[in-house]
Each structure stands twice: as structure tokens, then as C-alpha cells.
Design a protein around this ligand. Structure first.
Ligand code: SAH
Length: 393
């Protein structure tokens, strides 16, 4: 056999090399010394300034994260490596994921498959491609074939975020079926049932990262409950068996329509209100409404590091209002999915809100994302969700 052509090589700066040696898997564009003429999405070898090899990676010509490491070693057979990583991701979840047929099967860097996200909703798999490297057709084919072999889905759909494709300078592509015909199904988490329409909704359809937090919140919920930023009603539906009256608030009518169908599917009677949560909480707080359980699960306020202060002010305002509305002995479930707001930032914000509201918080649980969204200790960016459950007096 002729020898394999060698991969294009990228040299990185001492700072970039130090970052990789600390266990991180990204090299920023500012740490690339030379990558001239390397095509988008290429498999490349990485070396330090002296030419010492640091491993094999996928290269993006447009992202600020120019290099995403795949291995610290040379890669002889990329399809075989991808197949093995997918099989490992599936096996990891078989050991850890309980009480659900909906979970994240592959979580990008955290499963050593940077730029690839696969979610399972019962018999439908949803795929998201976030990088030039993972967009290549042979890679897509390998991924889908390995997933199908293990999980036998009725269909595989792709959800496209047009903004991501634009940032990666990938040609536009529509969301749609990649395999099979089924686009909707029902799935079950913690014995609660949900409708799933693969081509509607936000993210890949549901917020699977909150799955274990729904069950945790349900343990302590009681009395009159308010689920603020309820989307398709997942917290509300989990609280309903323990709370005689549950209200869900969201600004999205389509989300609330699904929430209402989900309530019917589970035989629950929940009140849904379409409103801007900030305005409504202000009105409720000033009209002396009281609740025993309040969930706050807003969208990410800090999309970049620069937004941190404004985000913390937003979180504080929300939490302050909720705290004022909780009866003594009430339960606050408060979340942040902003990576840039650290757990300690979030707890400090909450402590300040408690002082201003003249309330005392006892932390019952300080939680993160569900186990099917693994956190790599040396890649801090893989940890983003905070969910604090507190007893308020
Ligand atoms: N708790 C949900 C996820 C919430 S995602 C779950 O576990 O499934 C954030 C939600 O906030 C989205 O549904 C979005 O429509 C809603 N939203 C965003 N801005 C809002 C606002 N100002 N007022 C009310 N809802 C808002």
C-alpha cells in the first residue's frame, strides 16, 4: 500500500501549547502561529513552537476556536475513532441515565466529539453540527450509521442553527429528516410525558439538561407554585402532583400551546400565562401575590464575558421579586444556564438578593446539569447550568 499522505500541520504559540498541556481541548485563533492554506474542517496535526507534536485536531478557518483537539496521538483511522467514541458515549449513558427515554447521547467536547450534539427523544434522534470539521459528509455518514446500529431510531433529524453555520462559513442548510420519516413522538422523563415535534421548538426540542433538576425540585415543592420561564411546562408538570395550584409563565405562545397539550397528556390542570416575566413579576409582587414554590429558569442572560454585570443585575432583579413573593417556608428553585456566570457569581447574587428582600435562604441543593451532559473537569466551558434549590424564611 502507498503510505498515507501526511496531515496538514499547525504550529501553535507557547500560550496555546500550555493550554493544551493543562488538559484543555481548544486552541484560539490568536494562538495559531501558522496554518496557511489549510482547508476548512481539515484533520490536522498540532505541534508546539519547537515542533513537538501535541496531537490531532479538527481545524476551523472561521471560528475564534480555530482548533478542537480530537486526540493527543496520531489518528490512523478517523471513522473508526468516531465510531468508538459514539459507542463509548452510548455506554456511558447506559450506566448513568435513569427514568427517561430522552437524553443527550453525545455532548460535543465532553464526549470527545467536538462540534457534534446528538439528543434522543424516545425513537427519534436529533443531530446538531456546530463546526466545519463535523459537517463533512463522510463524518456525518459514519456518525449516523454508528448511532443507528446501537439505538435503532425510527428517524434521525438534523436541527440547524443558521447563525452557527454562518459563523462557521458553512453553506446554508435546512433542518429536516436525514433518515426515516417520523418527525414527532412522545417521550417520558421521570414518569412525566411530553410531546416532541422534531422540527419545532427551541434547542433540539426540550431542555434535557434540566431533567434531574425537575425531579429534585418536585421533591420539595408544595402549595401554590409558579413556574417562571416555563417553556413547554416541564417544571410545572413535575410540580403538579405535589402542588394543588400551578401556574406557568412564558412569553412564547407556541411554547405555551405545547405546554397545554403536555398538561392534557398527563391529566393535569395547569394555568398558563403568556407574558413578559419581568413585568408580570413586578405586578404580582406589588399586588401582594404569594406563592409557596417558585421556579426561575430564564434564558442565558450572559452570552459573553462582557455581559456578566448586566446579567447579574437581571438575575438579581428576578430573584429579588421571587423572594418577596414566597411565603415563609417557601421553596425557591433558581437557575442560570449562562456559562459566564459561575456558580460562585450566582450564589453571591442570590445572597445579595436575599439581603435586599430581608429573607433568609437555606441551601437545600446546589445542582448542575444532568449527567448526560457531562462536565470535563479540565474544560470549564462544559459546565454551564446552575440550579439552586433553597428553603426561604
Ligand atoms: N424551564 C424551561 C426552559 C426555559 S427556557 C424548561 O425546563 O423546559 C427560557 C424560556 O424563557 C423560553 O421558553 C422563552 O420563551 C422564555 N422567555 C424569554 N424571555 C422571556 C420573558 N421576558 N418573559 C417570559 N418568558 C421569556
Amino acid at each position: 500500500m502507498p503510505p498515507k499522505p501526511s496531515l496538514p500541520a499547525i504550529k501553535i504559540s507557547p500560550r496555546g501549547a500550555t493550554r493544551l498541556k493543562s488538559g484543555h481541548v481548544w486552541v484560539y485563533r490568536s494562538d495559531i502561529v501558522s496554518a496557511d492554506g489549510i482547508p476548512p474542517g481539515s484533520l490536522v496535526t498540532i505541534s508546539d513552537p519547537r515542533g513537538k507534536p501535541l496531537g490531532t485536531a479538527l481545524y476551523s478557518t472561521s471560528s475564534q476556536i480555530a482548533v478542537r483537539m480530537l486526540s493527543a496521538d496520531p489518528i490512523a483511522d478517523l471513522p473508526a475513532l468516531l465510531r468508538q467514541r459514539i459507542a463509548n458515549a452510548i455506554a456511558y449513558r447506559e450506566g448513568l441515565v435513569r427514568d427517561t427515554d430522552a437524553y443527550r447521547v453525545v455532548f460535543s467536547e465532553a464526549d470527545f466529539l467536538p462540534g457534534l450534539i446528538i439528543d434522543r427523544y424516545n425513537d427519534i434522534l436529533s443531530l446538531q453540527v456546530l463546526t466545519q470539521g463535523m459537517d463533512a459528509n463522510p463524518i456525518r455518514e459514519t456518525v449516523i450509521s454508528e448511532l443507528t446500529e446501537h439505538l435503532h431510531p425510527a428517524s434521525v433529524i438534523e436541527r440547524v442553527d443558521p447563525r452557527v453555520r454562518e459563523l462557521e462559513t458553512l453553506p446554508p442548510r435546512a433542518s429536516g429528516l436525514l433518515q426515516g420519516e417520523r418527525t414527532s413522538t412522545t417521550f417520558t422523563m421521570n414518569s412525566v410525558q411530553f410531546l416532541y415535534d422534531a422540527l419545532e421548538g427551541q434547542k433540539t426540542g426540550a431542555f434535557l439538561d434540566q431533567r434531574e433538576n425537575y425531579a429534585a425540585a418536585a421533591q420539595y415543592a408544595h402549595g401554590d407554585a409558579l413556574d417562571v420561564f416555563c417553556y413547554q411546562g416541564a417544571f410545572a408538570l413535575h410540580l403538579a402532583p405535589r402542588c394543588p395550584h400551578v401556574t406557568g409563565i412564558d412569553s412564547s405562545r407556541p411554547a405555551l400551546e405545547v405546554a397545554d397539550k403536555n398538561a392534557t397528556l398527563n391529566g393535569r390542570d395547569i394555568e398558563w400565562i403568556e407574558a413578559n416575566a419581568f413585568d408580570l413579576l413586578k405586578d404580582y409582587a406589588s399586588s401582594n401575590r404569594r406563592y409557596d414554590t417558585i421556579v426561575l429558569d430564564p434564558p442565558a442572560f450572559a452570552k459573553t464575558k462582557r455581559d456578566l454585570d448586566a446579567a447579574l443585575r437581571g438575575y438579581k432583579e428576578l430573584n429579588l421579586r421571587a423572594l418577596k413573593m414566597l411565603r415563609p417556608g417557601g421553596i425557591l428553585v433558581t437557575c442560570s444556564c449562562s456559562y459566564h456566570v459561575s456558580e460562585s457569581n450566582f450564589l453571591e447574587m442570590l445572597a445579595a438578593a436575599a439581603l435586599d428582600a430581608h429573607r433568609t435562604l437555606r441551601l437545600i441543593e446546589v445542582r448542575g446539569q444532568a449527567k448526560d451532559h457531562p462536565v470535563l473537569l479540565n474544560v470549564p466551558e462544559t459546565a454551564y447550568l446552575k440550579c439552586v434549590i433553597a428553603y426561604v424564611t
